[in-house]
Structure formats: structure tokens, C-alpha cells
Design a protein around this ligand. Sequence first.
Ligand code: PMV
Length: 338
Amino acid sequence: MSDRSRDGATAEALAHPNIALAKYWGKRTYGHNLPAVPSLSVTLEGMATRTRVTLDAGLGEDAFLLAGAAAPDAAKARVVGLLDRVRSAVGSTLRATVESANDFPTSSGLASSASAFAALATAACAAYGWSASDAERSDLARKTSVSAARSVFGGFVELRAGVEGDTFLAAEQLAPEGTWPVAIVVAATTRAAKETASTEGMLHTVRTSPYHEAWVACAPQVFAQAKAALAAHDLEAMGDAVEASAFAMHADAIAARPAVVYWNAGTMAALAEVRALRRSGVGVWATMDAGPHVKVLTLAADADRVRDAMRAVAGVVDAFVAKPGAGARTSRAEPGAP
Ligand code: PMV
């Protein structure tokens, strides 16, 4: 590709987090950042990461500011890795300043890398003059964070498992937002940052958990159930798959040596409330990611009362409703943003 990048070019993008209804957990031992299992997620509106990329011929190295402050080295290395891929695709040597901010608190349990790298992939392609397709941006984001591949798309999204020889792997939209009136009630059970990052937790699980093979064997069936339930708008079948996926993933992690336990007392109390609501006839199903927060799948029409019930649980520090949202997109640069 001929180099279309130019000094001073700038682009801003925004992306939303997503919640996996059928989880990704574990990477292939071959290839680059390939998921060992297929996953199915819903992208959520309301919360966003906004990222601006500005090319600067005066920079000897890339700069990365997170919420206005220089980011830690490990976070910067991942950002530079993504920028290097974009530069090599367009043949550019220009360094960039990346400014990124979340409009949702870390304690929400949704401050994952998904929205961050979907927004960065989108802003970086635009700033470097690469008119990448959605699939190309998804693959680019996936190479840094698997879950970010899914946030490039809105609504309900699938990412297949990687297979030997894959150099390109992108997520695909299964159904746009607005096609199925469901909601996710996020019940946060701590305001503290998580103790074990997802990449670290899953690498350790792959290496040491005696249940990992069983997880890799059962995840595709649970994914297939979730996909069929989405096509049929069968919330009960989806809820059953959602809980099967989350508990199997956590069982795999808990069986690692030493154990990777993401839950706290609030998690258990929130799970008990989900079961109690279900017994009382409300359609609610729980899922948890690499942290202690509980995310509850329910009908949009039931979401407010589910949120109120979750807020009343001892150990739940906040609860809010998130609906299916749109994919990553460039946005007009606002003065002073992000
Ligand atoms: O791609 P990462 O490092 O954000 O890992 C995501 C792992 C889970 O959130 C636990 C599951 C998932 O599919 O999002």
C-alpha cells in the first residue's frame, strides 16, 4: 500500500465494551493471539472509550496518554504494537500521540481492553489513511486483545476459534443492536481494580488447570446453543448457555494451580439473588468475566426492577442497566476531548 500518512493527521474514534454470552478463555498455543474457543458477545451502549491518534513527525517514539496521564509501560507496549501493525500496513514511519479516556468508571467491571483496542484500531487506521474494512479493523484489534475484535461490531457478535495457519481472524456481526430487546444489568461488587488480568489468568489456566481440556471441548457446544438461541430469540435457552459458559470458564480457572479465583463475597450474594429472582419467575441469568462483578442477562422490560433488586444485595456497590449498542466508529474530534 502506498504511504498516505501525513504529519499532523488526526482521527478520533469511540467504541463500547462488550460482554461475552459464550466466553472466550484460553489462547491457541500456535499462531498469534488466536482464541482456542469460539465466543458470542453483545456490544453495550452507554459506556465508551474515546481515543484520538495524532501523527507527529517530531516524535522519536509513540506517546500514550490514558485519562490525561502517561500510561504504564505494559499498556503502552500494547498500543505501540497495534500502531506498528498499522504503520507496516501503510508503509509509514511516523510516530503518534495516542490519547484515550473511558467515560465509565473502572469499578463498573467493564473497563476491559475490548473497547480500548477497538477504538484504537479504528482511530489509528483513520489517522494513518488506511481505509480498512470492519473485518480488517477487527483482526487488527484481535491481534492485541481477542475480546476487542468483537467490539468493532455492534449488537450480537461472534468470533470463531483460531485454527492452525490463521493469520487473519475477524469477528462477525450476527444481529444488529435493536433486533432483540434484552439488557445486561451490571452489578459491581467492588470498586477496586482486579487482581489478575485476563491474559495472565488464562495463560496460567492453560498451563496448569486439569480441567482446561474439558473447557476447550465443551465451549463450542455451549457457543452453538447460544447462537441458536439468538437466532430463535429464545431467552431461556440463551440464559442457560450464558450460565453454562460462565461457570465452566470459572471452573477451569478455579482448578488452576494456584487457583485463579475472580469472585468475592458480593459475587456469591449477587448470584444467590439471581437464583432467587429466577425462582420468583423473573427471567434472569448471570455471567462473570475476569473480575468479581456479576452481569445479568434479562429482558429490557425487566431491567429496571432487576437493577433495583441487585442494588439491594449486600456487597453490590452499584448496579446499572446496559442495552445492546453500536460498533466502533470514528467520531468528530471535540475540542479538549478525550
Ligand atoms: O481478550 P481479553 O484479554 O479481554 O479476554 C477476555 C476474557 C473474558 O472477558 C473473560 C471473556 C470474553 O470472551 O470476553
